[in-house]
Design a protein around this ligand. Structure first.
Ligand code: OGA
Ligand code: NI
Length: 198
């Protein structure tokens, strides 16, 4: 099988899992299981094949700097090397996500934080490198259609729980996020907090 075919087959399977997870998240919010599907009609999901070579000075470098994923969900396959870390909100400590054989890591992204009006929170994460071993990971970023206006779902907001975000266009947000991600470390990436209603 060509590498391309293997990737396509994998991506299609992960896509099914993505929809399943969206259904479960909808149900957990008290919504019909297909509530979020309409936002994915022309979804812009992508898969990345990451290779992190060994680094002689891992304390001086990061594989991926701290960030939050902009989309709805990220489904990550990783090998047994480890390096992915999530930031614990209570004490801001970076906690390693230990590789579990044959398991996938699911990240909640910014879009679900906004749709759920913060019932779910997007996780801040980064990747540290290893001095001896190279690492491979395959994240699939489950992204809505580029034209979707992301905002707290109407069914979840009311007088007691008003919307915490102004609507924003997913495609524009994503492009702005990517542009700033490749700039200098001091540059603030665009974040959903920019659309926050205070
Ligand atoms: C990313 C990411 C994690 C990993 O590419 O956004 O967070 O384990 N990757 O490679
Ligand atoms: Ni990420």
């Amino acid at each position: 099988m060509l590498v391309r075919e293997v990737c396509q087959t994998y991506a299609r399977e992960v896509e099914k899992l993505g929809y399943k997870l969206l259904e479960l998240i909808s149900l957990s919010l008290g919504l019909p299981s297909n509530r979020l599907n309409g936002y994915f009609e022309d979804h812009t999901t992508m898969m990345r094949l990451n290779h992190y070579p060994p680094c002689p000075c891992p304390e001086l470098a990061l594989g991926v700097g701290r960030h939050k994923d902009a989309g709805a969900l990220t489904i990550v396959a990783q090998d047994d090397v480890g390096g992915l870390q999530v930031r614990r909100k209570s004490d801001e400590v970076w906690v390693p996500v230990k590789p579990t054989p044959n398991a996938l890591v699911i990240n909640v992204g910014d879009t679900i934080q906004v749709w759920s009006n913060e019932a779910y929170e997007s996780v801040e994460h980064r990747v540290v490198v290893n001095s001896e071993r190279e690492r491979f990971s395959i994240p699939v970023f489950f992204f809505p259609s580029h034209y979707v206006m992301v905002k707290p779902l109407e069914e979840l907001v009311n007088e007691g729980n008003p919307p915490k975000y102004k609507p924003y266009n997913f495609g524009k947000f994503f492009v702005a996020r990517n542009r700033s991600d490749y700039k200098k470390l001091e540059v603030q990436n665009i974040q959903i907090s920019y659309f926050k209603i205070i």
